[in-house]
Design a protein around this ligand. Structure first.
Ligand code: PLP
Length: 391
């Protein structure tokens, strides 16, 4: 019910809506991805890199002071401790191995805040692959440090000057480039979005998060499932990884925090599941923020990583079926929660992850409840934004 079907749909969402010139290479990828990532050879290389290069397993940390405050047992899944500072590297490591095995020579990707661009440039340096990053010109201005990191890693950064010149336009530009070079180029998508098979591919690569949660909880709690899983959701990749092995386990409640911006009822929001309607964006059917004419509306959030007008098809379906509870967290609530985690546990979370922390005060827990919350990334990149609010 929650899994992808053979045509790449999660219920009514998903699929592969691509221009004709891409049919062949999308089909090639659909055929290749599962046999490759399920092969022993791939698994061995992937897990060796996750261990020695990324630093996995990431710790499952019992946050004592936070637990006291909310009256339950809260574990933090520390994706912020990964190499490059977030969960995104789990996906880029897997996809670069896949690209190599498919004989591709050139890697392209989209990026908003620059986090996925950095994670992609990193693995391209590691694998000696040519890397081009598409990034909205507005974001190039706003995220200078990440642009410099990508360049230092050897990537070419292409500013995109169409539309609002942000993430959504960068995705469109990457797809256009792919159309021009379908043979030698691999499009390394950054989240559980894009045409089939990307949502499933990215979810599977990120599923290492819940795979680890299972044995880590078994060690710490003598049972391998929590009562609650909490994660933030932009395109949906860290959320997908966090819940992957628990999707059909109804003992586990799933709570996802999307970016409300100034409030999901306002025009300054990125709360796609609350506000979106069904449409096609970047190759898949999903919930999209659009006007009556199907014109995409720009997303607004204090956190650049959640600032996307769509959301992955897997999450559209699960939310629609009521499997997940989706909360809209406003900018000020996220900032406050970021400071709270910093002062109670000495962990500065990424602004994206702070949305997940903010979900805690909207829920009611029993003292026996075991909660696992994914800290998707670290907040070093967000210090200036935090300080602007100075709580
Ligand atoms: C990119 C990013 C996100 C949002 O992306 P998802 O695909 O929804 O996980 C969340 N947290 C951090 C730290 C990010 O860099």
């Amino acid at each position: 019910m929650y899994q992808i079907d053979e045509n790449g749909f999660y219920g009514e969402f998903g699929g592969a809506y691509v221009p004709e010139v891409l049919y062949k290479c999308v089909h090639e990828l659909q055929e290749a991805y599962k046999p490759v990532i399920e092969s022993e050879e791939f698994k061995k290389e992937y897990h060796a890199l996750l261990k020695d290069y990324v630093g996995r397993p990431s710790p499952l940390y019992l946050a004592k002071r936070l637990s006291e405050k909310y009256g339950c047992k809260i574990y933090l899944k520390r994706e912020d401790l990964n190499h490059t500072g977030a969960h995104k590297i789990n996906n880029t490591i897997g996809q670069i191995l896949l690209a190599k095995k498919m004989g591709k020579e050139r890697i392209i990707c989209e990026t908003g805040a620059g986090q996925h661009g950095v994670a992609t440039a990193t693995v391209c340096a590691l694998m000696n692959m040519k890397c081009e990053v598409f990034m909205g010109a507005t974001d190039v201005e706003r995220q200078r440090v990440n642009v410099e990191r990508m360049k230092m890693l050897g990537a070419q950064v292409n500013p995109v000057r169409t539309g609002n010149m942000t993430l959504s336009d960068a995705c469109s530009a990457a797809i256009r480039d792919w159309c021009c070079h379908p043979k030698d180029t691999y499009y390394l998508v950054g989240s559980t979005m894009g045409p089939h098979p990307y949502p499933d591919l990215v979810a599977r690569l990120q599923s290492v998060i819940s795979e680890e949660i299972k044995w880590q909880l078994q060690e710490k709690e003598a049972r391998n499932y929590p009562d609650y899983l909490i994660a933030c959701i932009g395109g949906g990749s860290n959320a997908a990884g966090t819940i992957f092995h628990y999707i059909d386990d109804i003992r586990v409640k799933i709570v996802l925090a999307e970016a409300g911006g100034e409030g999901y009822m306002t025009d300054h929001t990125a709360a796609t599941i609350h506000r979106g309607t069904t449409g096609i964006l970047h190759g898949a059917k999903m919930l999209v923020m659009q006007n009556e004419d199907g014109q995409i509306q720009e997303a607004f959030s204090v956190s650049a990583g959640l600032d996307y007008p769509g959301v992955g098809p897997m999450h559209c379906n699960m939310a629609k079926l009521g499997r997940t509870e989706v909360l809209s967290i406003n900018d000020d609530e996220a900032i406050r929660a970021g400071f709270e985690l910093t002062r109670t546990e000495g962990i500065i979370p990424a602004l994206e992850s702070a949305h997940a922390i903010a979900a805690l005060e909207k829920l009611t827990f029993k003292p026996s409840d075991v909660v696992v919350l994914t800290v998707s990334g670290r907040g070093d990149k967000d210090i200036e934004t935090y300080l602007r609010y100075k709580l």
